[in-house]
Design a protein around this ligand. Structure first.
Ligand SMILES: C[S@@+](CC[C@H](N)C(=O)[O-])C[C@H]1O[C@@H](n2cnc3c(N)ncnc32)[C@H](O)[C@@H]1O
Length: 345
């Protein structure tokens, strides 16, 4: 059994491993796969590619190979495949498809782009590089917004709404999951990148949520932004997972991020506050009297945002809540518009 595994390993990887010459690669692979079709199972391929990924230092080696093999067999996860498919020999076409997708992973392409889709809050979203891939912690931001909306007085809940502005919609993950879980809500989703605007539009159509969302290409730092957004208001909520990485930290990002994701989605300037301060400056004019802002930020931001808000009393915004992510880091902010008292005017 060990020897058989070694023969297959050698056939698939080549005797020189990573030093194998690229010439004649496609022809050799075709020969290799023709001879292995009907012999290798899904489990065999997962084990094989896990070893290759580990050898080449690819992160999340097993998860990557499991997702790719499951995807080729029409499932979302390897565990959700019918057990009979784990051991059933794969066809030549399936082997070639797995090889093709795994070769992208060897180039450090994120699995989400390789599969072309990813789930967020139970919604299946199309993923296309370089549009930012939604991260699991952002689901916690969405859950916090949903909790706050659920706590609104019943007479408010009976009305239409809430009307939500999302700044930096990316693939549409936040906007579309709020729309799908709040049936009376409406969202204005803005992003400065055309690729993000088109992907949000496509995902809204896929999920049949296009009637309650308005997607606008807009740079939140631009002068025309206020004039564009005012007619849509007043808003109940502003939600954003803005670019918040400190510029000096950008060089530490993994190759998966640097080579494939739009860095505009991440780089928040010197202290990661460039887009955050624009959102906070604009929000009071767009929000209704009791409106709220929910932001995903870096763990250093709760303190920075709090002191920035204190330096801007005219905005009448207060940081009323900070939440931790699943790693225990303070990552989410709830900022409320506070109507100034008559005495303060
Ligand atoms: C971290 S990504 C978040 C994407 C999506 N909301 C999510 O959570 O998956 C930030 C997004 O903000 C957009 N963005 C960056 N700067 C912006 C600006 N000045 N105005 C509007 N959108 C901006 C980027 O194009 C990117 O799509």
């Amino acid at each position: 059994m060990k020897l058989w595994g070694q023969i297959i390993w050698t056939l698939l990887s080549g005797p020189q491993g990573r030093r194998r010459a690229p010439q004649g690669w496609a022809f050799n692979l075709w020969k290799t796969y023709s001879s292995l079709a009907g012999l290798l199972s899904a489990t065999g391929m997962v084990n094989h590619w896990t070893r290759v990924f580990e050898e080449r230092g690819i992160p999340e080696a097993r998860e990557s190979s499991e997702y790719i093999v499951a995807h080729v067999l029409g499932a979302k996860t390897f565990q959700s495949l019918r057990p009979a498919l784990w051991t059933k020999p794969l066809t030549l076409q399936q082997l070639e498809c797995i090889q093709e997708l795994c070769s992208h992973r060897l180039q450090r392409m994120p699995v989400q782009y390789i599969l072309g889709e990813w789930d967020f809050q139970g919604l299946n979203l199309k993923m296309v590089p370089p549009v930012f891939i939604p991260r699991p912690e952002t689901e916690e931001l969405v859950e916090w917004v949903l909790e706050e909306v659920a706590q609104r007085p019943s007479e408010v809940k009976a009305q239409d709404g809430p009307l939500i502005l999302e700044v930096g919609c990316g693939s549409g993950a936040i906007a579309l999951s709020l729309l799908s879980q709040l049936p009376k809500s409406q969202v204005i989703a803005v992003d400065k990148e055309e690729a993000a605007v088109s992907l949000t539009q496509e995902n809204a159509q896929r999920l049949q949520l296009q009637d309650r969302i308005r997607i606008i290409r807009l740079d939140i730092t631009s002068d025309k932004c206020r004039t564009h957004l005012l007619p849509w208001g007043p808003m109940d909520l502003v939600v954003s997972n803005p670019p918040y990485v400190f510029h000096k930290d950008m060089e530490q990002l993994a190759p998966e991020i640097c080579s494939y994701e739009d860095l505009v989605a991440l780089d928040g300037g010197d202290e990661g506050m460039d887009v955050i301060t624009h959102i906070l400056t604009l929000a009071p004019q767009l929000l209704n009297a009791s409106g709220s802002i929910f932001l995903e930020v870096d763990p250093r931001h709760p303190e920075l945002v709090s002191s920035w808000l204190q330096s801007q009393p005219d905005l009448h915004l207060s940081l009323v809540g900070v939440r931790e992510d699943f790693c225990g880091r303070p990552r989410f902010l709830h900022i409320q518009k506070s109507v100034p008292s008559v005495a303060a005017l």
